[in-house]
Design a binder for this molecule. Structure first.
Ligand code: FAD
Length: 300
């Protein structure tokens, strides 16, 4: 029986494990190894790295820090969670005959970006041709020809957001711009944003640019933001009865506690502001609240 179970080994889960271990709490950190941070070629808004730092380097530093403390790291996917009759939580691991029990549970399970239909996604991300997060890297595309790929209202919002950074913005609606309402067209036109009327047939990398092919021809951009949204990994929270917002984010209070006693959440899984700094701050707050919620353990 651990004091705390942490599901998710991205920045939120890793830092929460460090805090909890330093609070002298027994911790198991369960991770399926699919952190979004590993997909960041270079972050320029991570604190303390003015020249930028890769997501993998940040993850490795945090993993090394966790390794200095007695945290039990369990690799694999936590498939299912239940409340124990005696109190606390029990996690069942997928494809392993292993159950893990803990008094408190922190979900730091993150989100997954819904990808565009484009070959060689990883290479496109690496090269900065494909992007998911204007908050992260719109500064890097100032003045470029920027495309936004979407199939709904979110694309309009993202195109308008990016207009602050470039005069050359095109919204590529997956099923064509026919579905745009007159007010939506007006908003885009007023902001000087173009859109395509024909459905998108293919997106591919050609040289150092992105070619977006539709019935009307091929459009080119220097970088393409995908605004198809994210899948929030909040299934376990929901199964325990925690409240989710309309997007699926887990609702938490100022201490990162959910309405389910003993259940906490931090990182992308509980906020639309998907940022490492936010994930780290949430982890610190959640871990501190979890420590306070556990009984004291006075050294003798
Ligand atoms: C291309 C790209 C660029 C980005 N650039 C920046 C940037 O420049 N600056 C910035 O601040 N942010 C950036 N971000 C966002 C940043 O990566 C996230 O905000 C951050 O990784 C969130 O951390 P997290 O710990 O909440 O979730 P994650 O890092 O996604 O980690 C979640 C972990 O939980 C695991 N998990 C999920 N479910 C289970 C389960 N049931 N059992 C076991 N494990 C599970 C996953 O496998 C994963 O390892 C970028 C993201 C992307 C995709």
């Amino acid at each position: 029986m651990y004091d705390a179970l942490v599901v998710g080994g991205g920045p939120a889960g890793l830092l929460a494990a460090v805090y909890l271990a330093r609070f002298r709490r027994s911790v198991a950190l369960l991770d399926a190894g699919q952190s979004r941070i590993a997909r960041i070629p270079q972050s320029h808004n991570y604190p303390g790295f003015g020249d930028g730092v890769s997501g993998a380097a940040v993850r490795d530093m945090l993993r090394e820090q966790v390794g200095r403390y007695p945290v039990d790291r369990i690799d694999g996917f936590a498939e299912h969670v239940e409340r124990r009759e005696e109190g606390g939580f029990r996690l069942h691991m997928r494809s392993r005959a292993l159950d893990v029990d803990g008094r408190l549970l922190l979900l730091a399970t993150g989100v997954t970006d819904i990808p565009p239909p484009m070959p060689h996604l990883r290479e496109a991300l690496e090269a900065g041709l494909l992007r998911y997060c204007p908050v992260c890297d719109a500064y890097e595309v100032i003045g470029q020809a920027v495309g936004v790929y979407s199939d709904g209202e979110a694309g309009i919002g993202e195109a308008l957001y990016l207009r602050h950074f470039s005069a050359d913005i095109t919204l590529f609606m997956a099923s064509g711009g026919q579905a745009l309402s007159p007010p939506q067209r007006r908003r885009l036109a007023d902001a000087g944003i173009r859109w395509n009327d024909a459905p998108i047939e293919a997106i591919r990398r050609e040289g150092g640019r992105v070619a977006v092919v539709h019935a009307g021809g091929t459009a080119w951009c220097d970088t393409l933001y995908c605004a198809l949204g994210v899948a929030v990994h909040s299934r376990m929270a929901e199964s325990l009865g925690a409240a989710l917002d309309a997007t699926g984010y887990v609702e938490v209070d100022a201490h990162h506690a959910t309405a389910v006693p003993g259940l906490y959440a931090a990182g992308d899984v509980c906020t639309g502001l998907n940022q490492i700094a936010v994930a780290l701050g949430g982890a610190a707050i959640a871990a501190s609240a979890m420590h306070r919620a556990l009984p004291p353990d006075w050294p003798r």
